[in-house]
Design a binder for this molecule. Structure first.
Ligand SMILES: [Zn+2]
Length: 331
């Protein structure tokens, strides 16, 4: 009797336990279902593409599909330009340093070996630069050779891939130590050489087959002092290393183009400082003016969502690889 009662009690307990389990399972299922519904509804909202219409630039008017900032009317002679075909990584004023990396796959470059004049040497047939930097290098080195009679400047570095820079960095760490690598070698992805706008100079004596380095002294002083006339700047001057993050490199030159090389040289600004200066000259404020080599220029900065350009006057646009565009108007 006692056993049967116990057996009945056990069966009741088991049934209760089964019911509890079922209720628990049902509850869990409901929670899972609600979570799934919630996730899908959130993802759906996040994945929705913003409704935009292609921007069209109509002189003197506000383009369709404008951003909030572009709703502001412009003075006569200026227009908004759609920036879909532009990138912050396009142009000669891209700032590349430890804080602002650059995609090495972006620039289109041409072979230095195939395009060089006879005024200088090149390390190998693989070296390349952007077409604009290449043409400027020819003009610069032709002028230097004509002035000095020397044709022994050797171009030893131009555009570099991510893997090239990685190999250089690893080699510097292995052979000269981490401190040297950190002082002189940019991290892969953050090297100016990824832009195709930077180059390294050396000297090479064909008779003895020896490299002499490029310290910019003696006969080569002219090449350094006149680099700006051809759009180049010495990118890592000794007194700017705290700002650039790179120790003095007498051999590393960067093409920024005129009139920027002129302003940077005369005002003694490294690229970090120049980009900051340009940001203080927005379209809506006072534009930077420059006059060099018989040409007049007007320069200003535009945020990414409100690129303003002159109507019917020549200009160039460059991304700064940070937060906007620099417009250079040619008068
Ligand atoms: Zn370099």
């Amino acid at each position: 009797m006692y056993e049967r009662q116990t057996e009945t009690a056990r069966q009741k307990n088991r049934r209760r336990a089964v019911r509890r389990q079922r209720r628990l399972l049902f509850g869990i299922l409901i929670v899972i279902l609600l979570t799934v519904i919630l996730i899908f509804s959130c993802c759906g909202r996040g994945a929705q593409a913003p409704q935009t219409t292609p921007q069209q630039t109509v002189p003197g008017s506000i383009a369709e599909g404008t951003t909030a900032r572009q709703a502001e009317p412009l003075p006569e002679g200026w227009e908004y330009r759609a920036s879909e075909d532009l990138s912050l990584q396009d142009g000669t004023l891209v700032l590349v340093n430890a804080d602002h990396c650059f995609d090495p796959a972006l620039p289109e470059t041409v072979s230095v070996y195939d395009n060089m004049t006879g005024s200088y040497l090149v390390k190998d047939i693989y070296l390349s630069l952007t077409e604009e930097a290449m043409a400027a290098l020819n003009r610069w080195m032709d002028a230097f050779a004509a002035q000095s009679g020397r044709r022994d400047v050797n171009i030893v570095a131009g555009w570099r891939s991510f893997e090239d820079q990685q190999a250089i960095y690893d080699n510097a760490v292995a052979t000269k130590g981490q401190a040297h690598a950190d002082a002189y070698i940019a991290l892969p992805g953050c090297s100016e050489h990824h832009t195709g706008l930077a180059l390294d100079l050396d000297t090479y004596d064909l008779a003895s087959g020896t490299s002499g380095g490029f310290d910019g002294d003696g006969a080569y002083t002219w090449a350094v002092e006149h680099a700006w006339e051809y759009g180049f700047v010495q990118r890592y001057p000794p007194e700017k290393s705290a700002i650039t993050g790179i120790s003095y490199e007498s051999w590393h030159f960067r093409y920024v183009g005129l009139p920027h090389s002129y302003i940077m040289s005369t005002e003694d600004l490294c690229l970090e400082e120049y980009i900051e200066l340009l940001r203080q000259h927005p379209f809506t404020g006072e534009h930077l003016k420059a006059s060099c080599q018989g040409a007049e220029y007007e320069i200003y900065f535009c945020p990414q969502d409100a690129l303003v350009v002159p109507s019917g006057r020549p200009y160039t646009v460059s991304g700064n690889n940070v937060d906007g565009y620099v417009v250079t108007v040619h008068h």
